[in-house]
Each structure stands twice: as C-alpha cells, then as structure tokens.
Design a protein. Structure first.
Length: 130
C-alpha cells in the first residue's frame, strides 16, 4: 500500500528535490570550469554555498521547534543570496555561459521567494496558502 501524502508535505518533498537538482546542476557546471585561478576559487565558493542550501533546508525540516526551523530557513536564504553573487561574478566575467547563469539566477529567485515567504509565514507576518 502506498502512503497518502498531504498537499503541504508533497510541496515540501518537491521543493527539497528542486534544491537537490539545483545543487547537481551547480556541481556539473563548476566541474566544467578551468581548475585554477579565479575560476577555481569562485567555483569552490559556489559549490560550497550551493550544496549547503539543501542541507540546511533538510536539517530545518527535521528540527524540533518552529524557532529551529526558522533559523535553518534563514541560513538557507542567506546562502541563496551568497550563491547569487557567485553566479553573477562567473557570468559577468564570462567563465560560464550567459544562458547557464540565467537558468541558475531564475531558480535562485524562485527559491529565495519560497524561503522568504516561509520565514514570514512561520513568524506570523504573512499567511500563505498551502
């Protein structure tokens, strides 16, 4: 028998998968960069901040309290903002293709909006339909 997944839980599972797929895209993209110099440093920063987003989201979801969840979501939001800077630097210095930068920045905008709305909702400042 299969389990019944509530709408809110389904969305969380889909969002977690979206974060994971975004991290995989980043790893593949950075793997294609030249290994040394500025490209290597920016690539390392992007992978570090990028893969940490999904980790903090998962940790926050498994937390024991609302306060703990808010903390981890806020950390994830900060990492999204950091990742955005690294992507822009790689795009603007022509180390990645403009189209790849656009794909990443579009996904990051969506993730940022979701995390921001979730934090506001958890703090009681915004009502979000699930």
């Amino acid at each position: 028998m299969s389990e019944v997944i509530k709408d809110g839980d389904f969305f969380k599972v889909v969002f977690k998968r979206r974060l994971y797929n975004l991290s995989v895209f980043i790893v593949c993209l950075v793997d294609g960069l030249s290994g040394g110099g500025v490209s290597g440093v920016l690539g390392n920063q992007l992978v570090s901040s990028g893969t940490s987003i999904v980790v903090h989201f998962i940790e926050g979801r498994s937390g024991q309290s609302r306060k703990g969840l808010i903390k981890y979501l806020f950390i994830s939001l900060r990492l999204v903002n950091e990742r955005t800077v690294w992507v822009c630097l790689l795009r603007d210095t022509e180390r990645i293709r403009v189209i790849d930068g656009g794909i990443l920045l579009g996904e990051l905008r969506g993730v940022c909006k979701f995390l921001g709305r979730s934090i506001m909702s958890l703090k009681g400042g915004l009502r979000v339909k699930s």
